[in-house]
Design a protein around this ligand. Structure first.
Ligand code: NAD
Length: 500
């Protein structure tokens, strides 16, 4: 089942099955067609981790039916009890954090240290939202007439569909499931086919913690299963994280039957560096923001907009830092900082963007091709790549690469830098490095993005704050923080007359 180069991770020996199933109505079942797909290790393409059901509309229909049946009783379960089940699952997962992190590195490729951080973050998000079970408050509101008592409360939506990406295979499902379940919804979730094991392990933990049958249903598969979720008119809301292209398709389809959507999509996040900044710190953060998770983060730093008079020196500083610190390799190996891309398609796409940059007259100052060397040929490794001389009208300023490719642009002062940063369709995250408080506030006022950072990287976030973007990056309500509950509930106003 595994190659000598990538054996089963130590923590997972004997704990990972070779064949997984869907969870429908509390039972583990194969797909209706009997078809399966393989989950493979991107650091070693011949290494098959496990097989999963390749589901179609029949599997989704069965899961939605189970979720509908389970909804009335789950809605009637007191919210603190719902939260307590989630908290139990979180505690059990904390006990096996190392297993969960290793599973993620195995199937997604990110380095183990990053996988540990992601699991911890996902658990923190679930934990925070489990606590909302005791805080799902409404309001009492003064009435205009005597003898009338008026109050509001939150009502769950019903069956919620979730479609998630491979790049945060643990944290994204975790931060969606927490608020949806604590608010009293039932769920059908479909994780990305490239990295389904992490979600499998979360669902197992929630199932084992005592979720009643049908409250949480897991349907594995690819776009076919995703489309079936979107087409099922019994689903009342869809929470999606993935590409902007698929997000737009989902939005159009959901509008047909008035289904609520929450779309977390791509980014083209800019880091502005002004001449007065702490340039050493800025360079460090640019490197971690651009090459952490191999650039496969929606919040990755993919553009650096530098004040023209320091631009060349700053590019050199970043190039040198990457040469010294960004070692590419298997995420399980000590000292490795950057793992592989997810698959061969991602390699081809990244190579295509480098070729386009060259055609548009940009300069590749570091990397630019598939990485080779000991062990690297077996996986989807790409060199950390830095491209200078990018102009606002160039492709690399506008399109999301989703790989380890960092573009440098020059700007003439703050206003010009902000204009360039805003000159794209995306609006997820951004950062500025400066010691000038007025510049920082001006930036915070003008930047078109959902997440803003001053002297910290575009990838930074904490679970108790809202997360999400604007423009083509986000639509339909924030995730994480207490505001996450808003998407998963509707306000009801009740007028209770006790007068004559
Ligand atoms: P993707 O859009 O290809 O796939 C995401 C999910 O949608 C997968 O589960 C996939 O099977 C499913 N899917 C694909 N086609 C579908 C269709 N037609 N109908 C229904 N479902 C369908 O994205 P990806 O490649 O898995 O993830 C990378 C993208 O996700 C990047 O653009 C990245 O920026 C974005 N992302 C955004 C955030 C955020 O919070 N904003 C977080 C992580 C990733």
């Amino acid at each position: 089942m595994t190659t000598a180069f990538h054996p089963v991770p130590v923590a997972l020996r004997g704990k990972v099955a070779h064949e997984y199933h869907n969870l429908v109505d509390g039972k583990w079942v194969a797909s209706a067609s009997g078809r399966t797909f393989e989950d493979r290790n991107p650091a070693s393409a011949s290494d098959v981790i496990a097989t999963f059901p390749d589901s179609d509309a029949r599997d989704v229909a069965a899961a939605v039916l189970a979720a509908r049946k389970a909804f009335p009783a789950w809605m009637a379960t007191p919210a603190p009890q719902r939260g307590a089940i989630i908290a139990r699952a979180v505690a059990a997962m904390r006990e096996r954090l190392e297993d969960l992190a290793q599973a993620m590195t195995w199937e997604e490729g990110k380095v183990l240290a990053e996988a540990r951080v992601e699991v911890n973050r996902g658990l923190n998000a679930m934990d925070f939202l489990a606590g909302e079970g005791r805080r799902l408050t409404g309001q009492t509101v003064p009435s205009e007439v005597p003898g009338m008592f008026a109050f509001t409360r939150r009502r769950p939506l019903g069956v919620v569909g979730m479609i998630t990406p491979w790049n945060f295979p643990f944290a994204v499902p975790a931060w969606k499931l927490g608020p949806a379940l604590v608010a009293g919804n039932t769920v059908v979730i479909k994780p990305a086919e490239q990295a389904p094991l992490s979600t499998q392990l979360i669902v197992e933990a929630l199932h084992d913690a005592g979720l009643p049958p049908g409250v949480l249903n897991l349907v594995h598969g690819g776009p076919e299963a995703g489309k079936a979720i979107v087409a099922d008119t019994r689903i009342r809301a869809i929470s999606f994280t993935g590409s902007t292209e698929v997000g737009k398709l989902i939005n159009r389809a959901a509008a047909e039957h008035m289904v609520k959507v929450q779309l977390e999509m791509g980014g083209k996040n800019a880091c502005i560096v002004l001449a007065d900044a702490d340039l050493e710190k800025a360079a460090r953060d640019v490197v971690s923001g651009a090459f952490g998770s191999t650039g496969q983060r929606c919040t990755a730093t993919s553009r650096v907009i530098v004040e023209r008079r320091i631009k060349d020196a700053f590019v050199s500083r970043v190039v040198e830092l990457v040469r010294q610190t960004v070692k590419t390799g298997n995420g399980f190996e000590q000292g490795v900082v950057m793992g592989p891309l997810i698959d061969d398609r991602a390699i081809v796409k990244t190579e295509g963007y480098v070729a386009t940059a060259r055609n548009e007259g940009n300069t590749v100052v570091l990397g630019g091709k598939r990485a080779s060397g000991a062990g690297l040929d077996q996986g989807f490794f790409f060199e950390p790549t830095i491209i200078d001389g990018v102009r606002p009208e160039d492709t690399l300023n506008k399109e999301e690469v989703f790989g380890p490719v960092l573009a440098f642009l020059a700007a003439d002062g703050l206003a010009d830098a902000i204009e360039i940063a805003n000159s794209v369709d995306y609006g997820l995250s951004g950062a500025i490095y400066t010691r000038d408080v007025a510049a920082a506030f001006e930036y915070a006022q003008q930047l078109e993005a959902g997440l803003l950072h001053v002297n910290c990287p575009t990838i930074y976030s904490e679970v108790q704050l809202p997360f999400g973007g604007i423009k083509d990056s986000g639509f339909g309500g924030r995730e994480m923080g207490a505001t996450a509950i808003d998407f998963y509930t509707e306000w009801q106003a009740t007028y209770l007359s006790y007068g004559k």
